[in-house]
Design a protein around this ligand. Structure first.
Ligand code: FES
Length: 150
């Protein structure tokens, strides 16, 4: 039997380590694909506006990161709606004159409360949980959890 040289041993060790690493990464990525989120979602609240910034009955466009949202003061109760249409994801816009949200893609109409008045959307606009504390309006957003590495 031929004795393994030091060079052959090191080459085999490096190749074996590489193959093992590739296999572990492959399994890890499959697990990430199958279970993209870890555990129950967690939420944090963020300031979205000052309470006195929006008058009774008014709807105002606000930005949160790269999202455009609508903050509404309906009968003294604050609501935050997504601007993503629940039909196919176009951006709805607030029409002050008509007091409605309108989606230009398939002419959907939502009322001030985000409910569908006409058009193909299957459900109301997505709404964020809102709290008012002191002078500020807070919105609850889901924290993104991921596998952290790679
Ligand atoms: S995407 Fe808004 S109505 Fe179709």
């Amino acid at each position: 039997m031929k004795k393994e040289t030091r060079r052959e041993f090191l080459v085999n060790l490096i190749m074996g380590g590489g193959i093992l690493s590739a296999f572990v990464l492959f399994i890890f990525n499959i697990a990430k694909y199958i279970y993209p989120k870890l555990g129950a979602p967690t939420f944090r609240k963020v300031v979205i506006a000052k309470a006195d910034e929006i008058e009774l009955g008014q709807v105002k466009e606000v930005r949160f990161g790269d999202q455009i949202l609508y903050l509404a003061n309906i009968n003294g109760k604050y609501k935050v709606f997504s601007s993503i249409c629940t039909h196919l994801g176009c951006r709805v816009r607030w029409e002050e004159n008509n007091q409605r949200f309108f989606c230009p893609c398939h002419h959907a109409v939502f009322d001030k409360d985000g409910k569908v008045l006409s058009g193909p959307p299957p459900r109301p606009l997505d709404e964020f949980k809102v709290d008012v504390e002191g002078r500020f309006v807070y919105m609850w957003v889901e924290e993104k959890k991921s596998w952290g590495i790679i």
